[in-house]
Ligand binder design. Structure first.
Ligand SMILES: Nc1ncnc2c1ncn2[C@@H]1O[C@H](COP(=O)(O)OP(=O)(O)O)[C@@H](O)[C@H]1O
Ligand SMILES: C[C@@](O)(CCOP(=O)(O)O)CC(=O)O
Ligand SMILES: [Mg+2]
Length: 460
């Protein structure tokens, strides 16, 4: 018999056969294997839901719901190469940014769910009873695997939230993502919650703010509903989940990205969950441990655009001109692979000799991105201004405005960078030098959040 530090309640879903069940009060630290006895069948499982192959007994083991306040954060990202092509199975190289989205979650006994989204000026609340009634009309139940948002279910959510059928505006997408993840993750045990989200990232600018939002929402709801642990040892400021739990967070965040992007590749939420630098291809995540410290100038053209619309536009272009577009996607794939090879070689023997290759890859890919229809005059302007200072740039993310990245060589004189930044600001752009490679999603005690973030949350 086992005893877990926290009591658990087992919900039984039987396959209909008579059950000789041993009630388990488990007492092992969550991370150890759990042994269940069901009928005469004994087997070891490491996860929290299982099916007895003999009697189809389903044991869903849930931790007690978290009742304390906590916070989570997730990084934005920069795609070095592969945006849009990655949606069609090609490789993308992406690195996390040191700009993060923060979420504070406060379970309460008000019988209401409250979301505060100050970056987009949204503050909404619903009665849990209303949401419970909505849940009964949805097929959001999952067989232990996150399920994709079904168009009919999304229409019901839109109707419930008073959102126009084809609306893709900022608030609509954020609210729908929250409602979908809240109902799908918390299921029958809908908690009263107060959730606040605030980001250092510009939203809708190509830096993966949607993914950081989805990763934070998934991590917070999974933790508070007891489906993953709360790895915050007493007295510590931050915690990180296990690999298995990060996979669950990433899978649910991907569902959130589907609400916002329509047809996401999954690269953005992967970077948000795992952090660092990675290659993403057709759902396969490969962590890149050997990436030199690249200096990047980030420029926001401040031209608003929607990833969902841009991604759909590329898909239509591929359908319209497959013989023209597919070779372009293959070329972008080759650029990402060559860039990864060059970066790996640079770690082996650091030298400036490889930079001209990296700069040329930026230029070639930027031209390809214009060909597939995601360029914008503001991005052309950005590339022209930096080129006049001998620097090479490309758009990052969905394009159509938003952000571009400029590669800064280690030997680039700071006066050149300052002159380029001045000229970019004269275009009305906002630019800043950034560090890449920050950690993925983190759990924080609310009191340990940096003062700027605490101030925002306290003011809500
Ligand atoms: N901090 C935030 N607060 C509320 N909604 C957010 C936040 N960050 C992102 N979002 C949601 O994500 C959308 C932007 O996603 P997207 O168009 O993919 O751009 P990005 O390049 O930033 O990922 C916003 O319109 C909004 O719905
Ligand atoms: C265009 C795309 O490749 C990246 C989108 O990035 P962002 O949402 O603009 O930050 C879409 C995707 O990979 O899901
Ligand atoms: Mg996005």
């Amino acid at each position: 018999m086992y005893r877990i530090g926290l009591s658990v309640n087992l919900e039984l879903r039987s396959g209909g056969s008579p059950l000789a069940l041993l009630f388990l009060t488990l007492n092992v630290p969550f991370k150890e294997l759990l042994t269940y006895e069901c009928c005469e069948h004994r087997y070891l499982v490491a996860d929290w839901s299982l099916e007895c192959p003999a009697c189809a007994l389903r044991l869903i083991c849930r931790r007690k719901m978290m009742v304390k306040e906590f916070a989570v954060s997730a990084p934005g990202k920069v795609i070095l190469h592969g945006e849009h092509a990655v949606v069609h199975g090609k490789a993308a190289l992406a690195v996390s940014l040191n700009l993060r989205t923060f979420l504070r979650i406060r379970p309460n006994k008000s019988g209401k769910v409250l979301i505060h989204l100050p970056n987009i000026g949204t503050r909404l609340s619903w009665d849990v009873v209303q949401l419970q009634a909505l849940l009964s009309t949805l097929q959001v139940y999952k067989n232990d695997e996150p399920i994709s948002p079904h168009p009919e279910e999304m229409e019901k959510l839109k109707e419930f939230a008073g959102i126009e059928k084809h609306s893709a505006d900022t608030e609509s997408l954020a609210v729908l993502t929250f409602l979908y993840l809240y109902l799908s993750i918390c299921e029958r045990d809908l908690p009263s919650l107060d959730i606040a989200v605030w980001s250092e990232l510009p939203t809708g600018a190509g830096l993966g703010s949607s993914a950081a939002y989805s990763v934070c929402m998934a991590a917070a709801l999974l933790t508070t509903s007891g489906q993953i642990s709360c790895p915050l040892e007493y007295g510590t400021d931050t915690g990180r989940w296990t690999v298995d739990e990060l996979n669950i967070i990433n899978k649910w965040a991907f569902q959130g990205e589907k609400v916002i992007h329509g047809n996401p590749s999954g690269v953005d939420n992967a970077v948000g969950a795992w952090g660092g630098a990675l290659r993403y291809r057709a759902g396969k995540i490969t962590t890149l441990n050997r990436v030199p410290t690249l200096k990047i100038l980030l420029t926001n053209t401040k031209v608003p655009r929607s990833t969902k619309i841009l991604v759909a536009g590329v898909k239509n272009k591929i359908l319209k001109f497959p013989a023209i577009m597919n070779p372009v996607l293959d070329s972008i794939d080759a650029i990402a692979s060559l860039c990864e090879h060059v970066l790996d070689a640079m770690v082996e023997t650091p030298s400036l000799e490889e930079y001209p290759v990296l700069e040329e890859l930026f230029d070639i890919n930027q031209h390809h991105l214009n060909v597939i229809g995601v360029g914008h005059p503001s991005l052309d302007r950005l590339c022209h201004v930096t080129a006049s200072h001998g620097l090479h740039s490309k758009l990052t993310g969905a394009g159509g405005g938003g952000c571009g990245i400029t590669l800064l060589r280690p030997d680039t004189d700071s006066s050149v960078v300052e002159a380029a930044k001045q000229d970019l600001k004269l275009c009305g752009f906002e630019c800043w030098e950034t560090n890449i490679g920050g950690p993925g999603v983190l759990l924080h005690s609310s009191s340990s959040l940096k003062a700027e973030v605490q101030q925002v949350f306290e003011g809500l």
